[in-house]
Design a protein around this ligand. Structure first.
Ligand SMILES: [Zn+2]
Length: 414
């Protein structure tokens, strides 16, 4: 554990919050912020506050803000925002990078709509969102499914308008060909020029991950018909989305950007867990035209961690254990991690999914907790492999370096 703590990590996936500009709080840390959803039964480790919430939260406050110095008293909670504010003022624009130092993270992949104040290379690398490009038709039928999706599709419509505007258009063109060449490709190229190392799909919040092979002529027909008016059936619309998804994935391969896909049961009581099974991505990974694209299955597929293990032999498949590192205990995570490390360890990436859950648990605290637990899980897995005579101590340290940074460096050319 002591040796693992010395390794400066690359965090494959997180949502750092930028410093406010002119008193305006940041909202670009997620294309689909999950703070306005119908209530669900929160898992223990995701509950806000130190009473009944995640173990390690008080420790995180102490590490970051030297606070509280004694056991928690009711007044401490009230004073936390002030302590946080003092740290922000002390470090100024360097505050987000200072947080990375506390986490033992050298580089964080920032999954954000745009980078922002304090969130800049070389400490932060950009991963923008492309889901909005999958949904260029009337989304009202999809949005009517439940209140969470209603909010999500409203957000995606806004982001698509932004991408259209940046492409110099006020509405999607009438034909699919023009949409792909004048909106989709230019958006990806602009993001690449802006420093993006990968593109992120959080599609699992909007539909299933079954992005099947789709016929171009059929997709063109659906697009042209329903751009002109009316609402496509779910099957017709899915075919179009499937086609655009594979087009984007191929373009990412051409441009040298990885494709990040949310692959884990997600937030909200309406989340479709079955639709996030990583085996649904197998036909994408097996598409010969997509073998140049590197797919990173974020969050390691939980609860389908066995299924995702089998996919690691695909040459274009990678995974990280972000979010699991926050949601699960190190002991539970170590079992999964060991499976992966015994199978294809070059494809396994450390990550936190640091995220602003609440005032008590901002991206700083969740990042720190996930980084600690992620390292503990790694130490437990490697120690168990050493104890069982599978690997030497030297190899254990090599594996730790691979998971914490070398695999990500090779994947993104960092
Ligand atoms: Zn995330």
């Amino acid at each position: 554990m002591a040796e693992i703590e010395r390794i400066r990590a690359i965090d494959n996936h997180a949502h750092p919050v930028s410093l406010s500009v002119a008193g305006k709080a940041d909202r670009e840390f997620d294309a689909l912020p999950v703070d306005n959803m119908e209530p669900s039964s929160d898992p223990v480790n995701m509950r806000p506050g130190p009473d009944g919430g995640p173990p390690g939260l008080l420790d995180a406050w102490r590490t970051l803000y030297g606070y509280p110095s004694s056991d928690l008293q009711p007044e401490h909670k009230r004073e936390l925002p002030a302590a946080k504010q003092r740290a922000i003022e002390e470090h100024g624009d360097g505050y987000p990078a200072w947080v990375l130092d506390q986490m033992g993270v050298e580089v964080m992949l920032a999954n954000r709509v745009a980078l922002g104040r304090g969130i800049a290379p070389p400490r932060f690398r950009w991963v923008p969102y492309v889901d909005a490009l999958l949904f260029p038709l009337d989304n009202s039928r999809l949005a009517a499914r439940n209140s969470d999706r209603k909010a999500f599709f409203a957000d995606e419509d806004i982001l698509l308008r932004r991408y259209l505007q940046e492409a110099g258009l006020s509405a999607p063109p009438a034909a699919l060909d023009a949409y792909l060449s004048r909106v989709v490709t230019p958006t990806l190229e602009r993001q690449k020029r802006g420093g993006a190392v990968a593109e992120k799909f959080e599609a699992a919040y909007l539909r299933s991950l079954a992005f099947d092979a789709a016929d171009r002529a059929a997709a063109e027909k659906v697009y042209a018909q329903y751009r002109a008016g009316g609402i496509a059936s779910e099957d017709q619309y899915k075919l179009l989305q499937d086609y655009i998804f594979r087009y984007i994935a191929a373009e990412c391969g051409r441009l040298g950007m990885a494709v990040h896909i949310h692959t884990m049961a997600g937030a909200g009581s309406y989340f479709d867990v079955r639709g996030v099974n990583p085996l649904l991505l197998e036909s994408v990974l097996n598409d010969p035209t997509l073998r140049k694209t590197k797919f990173v299955m974020l969050h390691g597929g939980w609860p389908f961690t066995g299924e995702i293990t089998a996919l690691l032999t695909k040459p274009n498949a990678y995974l990280d254990y972000s979010q699991q590192s926050l949601l699960l205990t190190p002991a539970t995570m170590a079992v999964t991690l060991r499976q992966w490390l015994e199978y294809v360890p070059e494809k396994v990436l450390f990550a936190t999914d640091a995220y602003p859950y609440s005032e008590d648990m901002g991206w700083e605290e969740s990042g720190l907790i996930a980084a600690r637990r992620g390292r503990q899980a790694l130490a437990l897995a490697l120690e168990a492999m050493m104890r069982d005579g599978e690997i030497s101590r030297r190899r254990a340290l090599e594996l730790a370096n691979m998971v914490l940074r070398d695999n990500a460096r090779a994947l993104y050319g960092l």
